[in-house]
Design a protein around this ligand. Structure first.
Ligand SMILES: *Cc1c(COP(=O)(O)O)cnc(C)c1O
Length: 391
């Protein structure tokens, strides 16, 4: 069965008492048991009967199992945000005295988590250029506990050769953890690429229409200890499980994900091509453009149109602000892969509290506008950027 069909028709394990066609929202904290023995099985994690919604809830389980059916993963765990998925995964793997090997090109809060919060608990970090395998190999030590990467960095749009990095990680018996938020799991096979654990902000592509905050951890190839610790220790002790209402909304998003992605990436490519020809635009970055530095590696891994995020370079920061202020249709907002197209100046917002020196060290330029391309008719998007550039 094709993924899109599974995304629509995946059946829940138990028939609903009323025959509800979509998964009902189980807004409840606790569950009753028929007898003491059943209670023991559930509490000790030996049955799939829910006991308490901090760790299991039928609506959330449905969302998790649906993603598991689409990714063929060993397990899928849903969290209250992308950051919760990332932090729980890293706390599950790391320990005081161990090192996370990663790139400086990271989502801002992930960088702060690894470089600040986790350091306070004795976890160390080594940064290196993950596109340079010799540098990666030189950076690995006996203290390394994992390699953490993002499949398409934001806003640099850098793409790592995942199978090559994975082979290197596995040669040193290290798990490869990848933040795959930028391209949905419906269009690539994380396990075939060699990713051991995918962490995803489901706030972005999956929720669709930016309805809710959520995160997922997709376990492809993990040891039983990791799997057990994730549910028995992380969910229980950190308490960042997804809530049922969010699981409901994100399940609806999942059903239309592939169709939205198809249209949004078509729009992204057409808009990128149009922008390249517009006066005032110094450079356009989109890995779907044939002249992009990461075109080959990105399209080999993620298909002809990888993602729907574009960056454009203008003359200076003032031109960027003038452009943003003149937009009529494209919204001035953060977030990615909303149904609406969004524009932001990353250097002064997401990285606004960084020093110039810090911004330089992670390649954040103040001449860059980031566009997240939505589901509008592309002619209207092209017209909006055209008029906004005529300042
Ligand atoms: C948004 C985002 C996150 C964080 O996700 P939240 O759902 O906002 O917590 C992590 N990684 C990437 C690449 C993101 O775009």
């Amino acid at each position: 069965m094709q993924k899109q069909t599974k995304a629509i028709h995946f059946d829940y394990q138990r028939p609903d008492a009323y025959g509800a066609l979509s998964m009902p929202v189980y807004h409840c904290a606790a569950y009753e048991f028929e007898n003491a023995a059943d209670m023991v099985e559930s509490f000790c994690g030996r049955s799939d009967m829910p006991d308490y919604s901090r760790v299991t809830n039928p609506t959330v389980t449905y969302f998790e199992r649906k993603i598991q059916a689409l990714t063929k993963a060993q397990d899928v765990v849903a969290f209250s945000s992308g950051m919760a998925a990332i932090s729980n995964t890293l706390f599950c793997l790391a320990a005081s005295g161990r090192t996370i090997l990663t790139s400086r090109h990271l989502f801002g809060n992930t960088l702060a988590l690894i470089n600040g919060t986790m350091r306070r608990f004795g976890v160390e970090v080594v940064f290196c250029d993950l596109t340079d395998l010799n540098a990666v190999e030189a950076a690995i030590s006996e203290k390394t506990c994992c390699i953490f990467m993002e499949i398409m960095t934001n806003p640099q749009l850098e793409v790592v050769d995942i199978p090559a990095l994975s082979s290197l990680a596995h040669k040193h018996r290290l798990p490869l953890i990848a933040d795959t938020t930028m391209v949905p799991f419906t269009v690539f096979d994380g396990k075939a690429l060699g990713i051991d654990v995918e962490v995803v902000s489901s706030t972005k592509y999956i929720s669709g229409g930016a309805t809710s905050i959520g995160g997922i951890v997709i376990e492809h190839s993990v040891n039983p200890e990791f799997k057990q610790r994730m549910r028995q220790e992380m969910l229980m002790n950190f308490g960042a499980y997804m809530t049922p209402h969010v699981a409901y909304m994100q399940t609806l998003g999942l059903e239309t994900l592939a169709v939205r992605y198809e249209k949004q990436t078509q729009n992204a490519l057409l808009l990128a091509e149009a922008l390249e020809k517009m006066p005032g635009v110094k450079a356009v970055r989109y890995p779907g453009l044939p002249n992009d530095a990461f075109h080959h590696v990105a399209t080999r891994q993620f298909g002809a149109r990888p993602g729907a995020m574009i960056t454009m370079e203008l003359a200076d920061k003032e031109s960027c602000f003038a452009f943003l202020d003149r937009l009529n249709l494209i919204r001035r907002a953060t977030n990615l892969f909303d149904n609406r197209s969004l524009a932001i100046h990353p250097a002064s917002t997401i990285f606004g509290n960084f020093t110039e020196e810090q911004r330089r060290s992670i390649d954040i330029s103040d001449r860059i506008i980031r566009l997240s391309v939505g589901l509008e008719a592309v002619e209207d998007l092209i017209e909006d950027v055209r008029q906004a550039l005529e300042a």
